[in-house]
Design a protein around this ligand. Structure first.
Ligand code: 475
Length: 828
């Protein structure tokens, strides 16, 4: 979508007719002309590709229109910089956005095809790890729906998040070759490739005006080829752009080697360059500091800034005015190298004075932090940055020098403070602290839930918050109601729309209007019917996909999220083991247990050994529980492999109970928690992340709170936490851990999960044992509440009615108010 040459008379195409006949015509044309086949011979994949392209046609003119009018108006735009976009399937979303679902279904039926069958063909683009990547996808959806001029920039990974499979209960990773069957949603623009330099050296020289200048002479280059994706707004005629970059070798690069006659070497170099966008790093919250990762970060950021300046601004634009045209939102620290990159462009390439360039740069960037774990804060060794990006390192040093001079001045020379705030860490290795660079280099820093933003101010970035109190703000995360309610839960959507009209889809606060209906017995009955139908849908889904049988008459207790010790899947598992113990030991009659199905979904970073052990333990406990004749009548564990957005869309609407049980002070926000509440599950959760806000909104009586608070957990840690004391004093905890330690779930071999047990007893960094009893007690409250279906569904309806705040549309409004501009950006 390049607009530099559009004129008033640029002709724009119109959409095909949105009728069944029009759709059929378009579809057959696609099948014949693009797929090169006929209906009678088309494979299911052909049928899907033709369908995707047909639906695409209906968005095309709106896309062109949006792009052209945005360029003409030159309204200030949001450029969202994110290394990850966890998009989910595109066809479903396009159908919802255009309102073409029924037309398409009818048209296909008239050709003897089934829309639902074809939807299933699509492999979702899994270009993200978890919460952070999915948040980016929700945000671009909301920006388009709210008609905000915006562009998402990222990386077109050839392989997205790995596919997970279990082998004897242990995670095995397989490559996600999502592009193999064709990629009908992307538009490659090799003619708009951008060159990106790496390595080499810098030199100073005197320019024609006699000024001392610096320039970077890169040692090698790669090309970035943009791939555009449509981001349709919900039925508002707007289609924004997501632009993902793919790396190619430069021709010059090959030629030089070819000239030496080394064909094999030339091909090898090609592969080397193209490795940059080959694969998504599967580390979530634990950056590994790999060189290729820094290459990816610089690659996409350099392409994006270059693209914005060269393609989206009019020729001759004065970059002093750049902050009036764009805000670059940094999704965590992954794109932070953009700060020295913009400085380099302004100072080295455009001849700006340093101070002017710095003013522009600071005003153009804002930074969102997504974590509280110290090990998740990215740092890059100075040695590596200097080797890969020598000019950027010089710029970072100068930024740091000037910043620290300010700190010295304002603190009266407090050298301890200066050392603490330095962008360059000295130990254990000289490195660049990317979160500090982002904080210094931008105009705003935000956390992703109230508690998180508070902890950023009070702990993680306390020195910076004292220095620049006005820089810090909060924007609580949100999720798009289009995908996670309208599309995922058609039953509930229909019920809501029947009750209050369909305005809620773009104005989620209107769910409040449902509140009185919580007291309407007929409405509650229909609400339960919807939940039951969603469970049936899940039953068929899991049976077909995983061969897992679950009983829809049981309470569906769901914990889905990345596997991480701080999220405490082990706490949930200890509850399961305790129930198993109590039933098998005769302490509890099966008849007195509320029948439940515990569903886990989680991927572990491939290098995170403990997380992978926990996955294996869950599967092994599940196998024993499910095979036990008495226990399995009231308790079953299901762990479908390869949890992803598509699975979430079927699982979340079916859930009764949402598990949000991280140690308080560790989960920045959570967004799964919001999806469950919006779909009428009740939460059992700690006072952490956005749970705090969910509970405040839905009401204490509709939320099962338990566990240490953040100040309590900090105090326990301060005083010296001794997990073994809980083991010694709590009989049921001891019995549960002993069962695991004795090999009950590992064929009698106690050594198999020894590491998990001994870690809990000796370290237990996330205080699983400290919260165990409180969690069990809360689960008993859950059982009592669930015993009264009518009261339970009243609470569930209230959860839906009071969760409108968690729309990502509201998050966007908050960013507009608090971060991007004093007033909302004008639509263009
Ligand atoms: C938080 N991912 C959630 C969510 O704000 C929060 C880190 C490094 C490399 C790759 N991916 C990551 C994250 O840190 C991440 O997903 N963080 C999550 O962001 C959205 O709701 O609490 O853990």
């Amino acid at each position: 979508m390049y607009c530099r040459h559009v004129t008033e008379t640029t002709p724009l195409i119109t959409s095909p007719e949105p009728t069944v006949e029009g759709f059929v015509r378009e579809y057959l044309r696609e099948l014949n002309f693009s797929q090169g086949t006929i209906l009678e011979r088309a494979t299911t994949n052909d049928q899907y590709l033709a369908l995707a392209r047909t639906v695409r046609h209906y968005l095309m003119s709106r896309w062109m229109q949006t792009t052209v009018s945005q360029y003409r108006s030159q309204a200030k735009a949001v450029a969202y910089l994110s290394a990850e976009y966890l998009l989910g399937r595109q066809l479903d979303n396009a159908l919802i956005a255009t309102g073409l679902e029924e037309v398409a279904a009818e048209a296909l039926a008239s050709l003897g095809l089934d829309l639902d069958e074809l939807r299933e063909v699509e492999v979702e683009p899994g270009l993200g790890n978890g919460g952070l990547g999915r948040l980016a996808a929700c945000f671009v959806d909301s920006l388009a729906t709210m008609s905000v001029p915006a562009i998402g920039y990222g990386i077109r990974y050839e392989y997205g998040i790995f596919r997970q499979r279990f082998d004897d209960g242990r995670q095995v990773e397989e490559p996600d070759n999502w592009l193999d069957n064709g990629a009908p949603w992307e538009f490659a623009h090799p003619e708009h490739e951008v060159a990106v330099g790496f390595g080499g050296r810098t030199e100073t020289y005197t320019d024609d005006d006699g000024r001392e200048r610096t320039r970077w002479l890169p040692g090698w280059q790669v090309l970035g080829v943009p791939y555009n994706y449509m981001v349709p707004g919900y039925r508002n005629g707007r289609v924004n752009t997501l632009r993902l970059w793919s790396a190619r070798a430069t021709h010059a690069f090959d030629l030089k080697i070819f000239n030496y006659g080394d064909y094999a070497e030339a091909v090898r170099s090609q592969t080397f360059a193209e490795n940059i966008s080959k694969v998504l790093y599967p580390e979530d919250s634990t950056p590994q500091g790999k060189e290729l990762r820094l290459q990816q970060q610089y690659f996409f950021v350099a392409c994006s800034i270059r693209d914005f300046i060269d393609q989206l601004l009019p020729p001759g634009f004065d970059l002093h005015d750049l902050p009036d045209r764009v805000v670059f939102q940094l999704n965590d620290t992954h794109p932070v190298i953009a700060v020295p990159e913009l400085m380099r462009i302004l100072v080295d390439e455009r001849g700006f004075e340093w101070d002017d360039a710095w003013q522009v740069t600071q005003r153009c960037f804002a930074y969102t932090c997504h974590t509280l774990l110290p090990e998740a804060l990215e740092v890059w060794p100075v040695e590596l940055v200097g080797r890969l990006l020598p000019r950027h390192l010089e710029i970072v040093y100068r930024i740091n020098d000037e910043f620290l001079a300010q700190v010295r001045e304002r603190s009266g020379g407090d050298e301890l403070l200066v050392r603490r705030m330095s962008i360059i860490a000295e130990h254990p290795e000289r490195s660049v602290r990317m979160a500090y660079l982002a904080t210094v280099g931008g105009s705003k820093v935000n956390g992703v839930a109230e508690l998180h933003s508070q902890l950023l101010r009070d702990k993680v970035l306390a020195d910076f918050a004292a220095f620049w109190p006005e820089k810090f703000t909060n924007v609580t995360n949100g999720v798009t109601p289009r995908r996670f309610v309208k599309l995922a839960n058609p039953g509930l959507s229909g019920l809501i729309t029947e009750a209050i009209g369909d305005g809620w889809v773009t104005d989620l606060d209107r769910l409040r209007e449902l509140e009185p209906l919580a007291d309407d017995a007929e409405f509650r009955r229909r609400f339960r019917e919807v939940k039951a139908a969603n469970k049936d849908r899940l039953v068929s889904f899991l049976a077909a996909r995983d061969g897992i049988a679950i009983d829809p008459a049981t309470m569906l207790d769901v914990m889905v999220k990345r596997l991480h010790e701080y999220k405490r899947q082990l706490l949930k598992l200890l509850h399961v083991v305790t129930l198993y113990d109590r039933i098998t030991s005769g302490d509890l009659a099966a008849a007195d247990v509320t029948p439940r199905t515990v569903v886990f979904g989680a991927k572990a970073a491939p290098g995170y050994v403990m997380a992978k052990e926990i996955i294996a333990l869950i599967n092994h406990v599940g196998a024993v529980v499910n095979a036990h004749p008495d226990v399995s009548r009231v308790l079953r564990v299901a762990f479908p492999a390869n949890y992803n957005v598509t699975v979430a869309e079927t699982l979340v609407p079916a859930a009764d109970l949402s598990e949000q049980i991280s140690l308080a002070g560790k989960e920045a926000s959570g967004t799964g928690n919001m999806k469950f509440a919006l779909n009428g599950a009740l939460t059992i959760g700690t006072d952490d992340g956005a749970n705090v806000e969910i509970r405040r909104l839905v009401g204490d009586e509709n939320f099962f709170l338990f566990g240490l608070t953040e100040p309590e957990a900090s105090a326990v840690a301060e005083a010296g936490y001794r997990p073994a004391s809980y083991y010694e004093e709590n009989v049921s905890l001891r019995r549960a851990l002993d069962l695991i330690a004795r090999g009950t779930f590992s064929g009698g071999d106690g050594s198999v999960f020894e590491r998990v047990v001994s870690n809990l007893l000796s370290e237990d960094r996330f205080m699983v044992l400290a919260d165990y009893q409180a969690y069990l007690d809360a689960q008993e409250r859950v059982e009592r509440a669930y015993a009264d279906p009518d009261a339970w569904s009243r609470s569930a309806v209230l959860n839906v009615a009071r969760s409108g705040f968690f729309s990502s549309d509201r998050s966007m409004r908050d960013y507009l108010d608090r971060v991007w501009h004093a007033a909302p950006l004008t639509a263009g």
